[in-house]
Design a protein around this ligand. Structure first.
Ligand code: ZN
Length: 240
């Protein structure tokens, strides 16, 4: 089975459609690690697409906030404004879908798992090896995909030691565990503005981390036209 792994689309329709075009023919199923909405100007379009096309979706912290299920005290003012705007835009059906998204981690086909933040907390950031070392006791599977940081990359765990894994192409080894972040489709923060995703081939036991350019000017224009904070448009250029 070949899985297209998406995370942190953040209502960016142009980035999502660019990823789908770039990955066309290389996957059988689609999985989504959360944050469908928040920040971007196309929450209904993106949510509708996810409802129709993703095999499994888990919720992210922004989905939770936009659905009114989170205390927004912990959100910065820009994220809060975007969440309030998104909640006001989502139609009833899409809002219901976002509100009812399952909290991760979720086991996929009895073989691996997807989650938004960490295995312990969907709001927890796994940024470095120390963060990953702190949650090793809660990792039940040898392969986990996560999002939330908007940073594409992977961690390899061998003999209880965590190593960063910088290659774009990963061949899964026996007796090792992997935590893989496909990166953010709609708002990358790893100094690369291009939309990010991953393909996992469970037969070959390989993972490819991929990037594709998209029409960022169109996305920025929509964000500004929607009256969302302009920083949400301009940060897309730098991928930060
Ligand atoms: Zn996110």
């Amino acid at each position: 089975m070949r899985y297209l792994i998406l995370s942190d689309i953040h209502a960016n329709w142009e980035a999502l459609t660019a990823v789908l075009a770039h990955a066309e023919g290389s996957y059988d199923r689609i999985l989504n690690c959360g944050d469908l909405v928040g920040y971007g100007a196309d929450p209904n379009r993106v949510t509708e697409w996810c409802r129709k096309h993703c095999q499994e979706v888990i919720r992210g912290n922004h989905d939770k906030a936009c659905a009114g299920l989170a205390d927004m005290m912990w959100f910065n003012p820009v994220a809060r404004l975007a969440a309030e705007w998104t909640a006001s835009q989502l139609n009833a059906e899409n809002l219901k879908y976002i509100r009812e998204l399952t909290q991760g981690p979720m086991v996929i086909d009895g073989a691996f798992q997807i989650m938004h933040g960490s295995p312990v907390d969907e709001d927890e950031y796994l940024i470095d090896t120390m963060d990953v070392a702190g949650v090793l006791g809660s990792l039940d599977w040898n392969l986990s995909f996560f999002g939330h940081t908007h940073v594409q990359g992977a961690f390899l765990i061998q003999r209880n030691k965590v190593h960063p894994f910088s290659k774009q192409s990963i061949e899964l080894e026996e007796h090792a565990a992997y935590l893989v972040n496909p990166g953010s489709v709609g708002q990358p923060r790893d100094h690369d503005w291009r939309a990010a995703y991953a393909i996992y081939d469970s037969d070959d036991r390989t993972i490819q981390l991929a990037r594709t350019e998209y029409d960022v000017a169109a996305t920025k224009a929509k964000i500004i036209a929607a009256g969302l904070p302009e920083i949400l448009a301009f940060r897309l250029d730098s991928g930060r």
